[in-house]
Design a protein around this ligand. Structure first.
Ligand code: OSB
Ligand code: MG
Length: 374
């Protein structure tokens, strides 16, 4: 039984070690909303809202999520007890359109809470089966192909099992060619366009077939399921959808229409773990591989992603880099690390997310705080 008494929202500022540039925008310093949830039985849980600083990846931002959580979502949850975190998606969707990242932040915090109440790890609570998950890196757009190839080489040598490079018009074919030449044929490589192209670019994108990519992520706009299907007919490389998949129905549409052959599941984008699990299960039944995407999360959001990625159909390496790839100092102990085989350990002995929030550090980087009570 989840009977929340209080939710504390904090906005922290966490500078990235280096700016992260994708086709739709650049981020130098993350503004991250953390949630601390207090149950009537004394259990305390944590989650992170993955909404960005600007509405470039999705319509949501940290500021819209802050509003949605404080005005609509938290009051609904604080008003009455909930039997199971799987009940929250329906509770939040009734009469509240969109705001998936805000909904997910609260919902995922309740999954951590329920896991702690039952004394099991979040991975176990979600049905995870692995004790290590394979890790890939997502490399932002660089100044030139040689700089990108050098970054890719360094990442591969560190152990990353999948090298994803961000592309956009003017920084695509030659960039991918340089990376493939540097790494050689067997390395798992992919490109992510973050919706930078249109169907008119199909002939141009077909050139990427030459580089044996395991997938091309989100070449077209989020709403372009039909056009993605058209593009997939012309591309040998599998399309993976990210921004487009915001619900189980969208995943089903992708499969029916042939808009893609792989899904990047980000629990924030789809409204939380219940929908993530449903998409995972649908894809498993349909022979569609999934992997866990990232949103430059702090160690709190990373814990939630790692737990999700331990489910059986997460068969491709996730965007789950260790703390040190993003931050000088992470907000959790222990920080997230990757071994030299490119694997991250799933905490399965500790209850809940399995890492401890460094309160002193969090306090020192908190720029706004709000307490919501019954
Ligand atoms: O498209 O997957 C994306 C980061 C911010 C917004 C969108 C994306 C990304 C990443 C980062 O690729 C992956 C990571 O967290 O390492
Ligand atoms: Mg993406």
């Amino acid at each position: 039984m989840i009977e929340l008494q209080r939710i504390v929202l904090r906005e922290i500022r966490l500078p990235l070690k280096e700016p992260f540039r994708i086709s739709s925008g650049v981020v130098k310093e993350r503004r991250i909303c953390l949630l601390e949830l207090f149950d009537a039985d004394g259990t305390v849980a944590w989650s992170e809202c993955v909404a960005g600083e600007n509405p470039n990846y999705s319509a949501e931002t940290i500021d819209t999520a802050w509003l949605a959580i404080t005005e609509w979502l938290a009051p609904r949850l604080l008003a009455k007890p909930v039997a199971h975190p799987a009940d929250l998606a329906a509770l939040f969707d009734k009469g509240i359109c969109g705001h998936n990242m805000a909904k997910a932040a609260v919902e995922m915090g309740c999954w951590d809470l329920a896991a702690r109440q039952q004394g099991v790890s979040l991975s176990q609570m979600l049905g995870g089966t692995r004790d290590r998950v394979a890790t890939g890196i997502s490399i932002g757009i660089q100044a030139n192909p040689a700089a990108l190839a050098q970054r890719a080489r360094a990442a591969f040598d560190q152990g990353y099992r999948k090298i994803k490079v961000k592309i956009e018009p003017g920084a695509d074919v030659e960039y991918v060619r340089a990376v493939r030449q540097e790494l050689g044929p067997p390395v798992h490589m992919m490109a992510d366009a973050n919706s930078a192209y249109t169907l008119a670019d199909a002939a141009h994108l077909v050139q990427l077939d030459a580089f044996n990519l395991i997938m091309i992520e989100q070449p077209l706009s989020r709403d372009d399921l039909l056009r993605h299907a058209e593009l997939q007919k012309r591309l040998a490389t599998p399309i993976c959808l990210d921004e487009s998949i915001t619900s189980v129905d969208r995943a089903e549409d992708m499969i029916t229409l042939g808009s893609g052959r792989i899904i990047n599941i980000k629990p924030g984008r789809v409204g939380g773990f219940t929908v993530s699990k449903a998409i995972h299960d649908l894809c498993q039944r349909s022979g569609i591989p999934v992997w866990c995407g990232g949103m430059l999360e702090s160690g709190v959001g990373r814990a939630h992603n790692v737990a999700l990625a331990s489910l059986p159909n997460f068969s491709l390496p996730g965007d789950l880099s260790p703390s040190a790839r993003y931050w000088e100092r992470d907000v959790v102990t222990p920080e997230w690390t990757m071994d030299d085989e490119g694997m991250v350990r799933v905490p399965r002995e500790e209850p809940g997310i399995g890492v401890t929030v460094d309160m002193g550090f969090v306090d020192s980087i908190t720029v706004r705080r709000k307490e919501l009570t019954r």
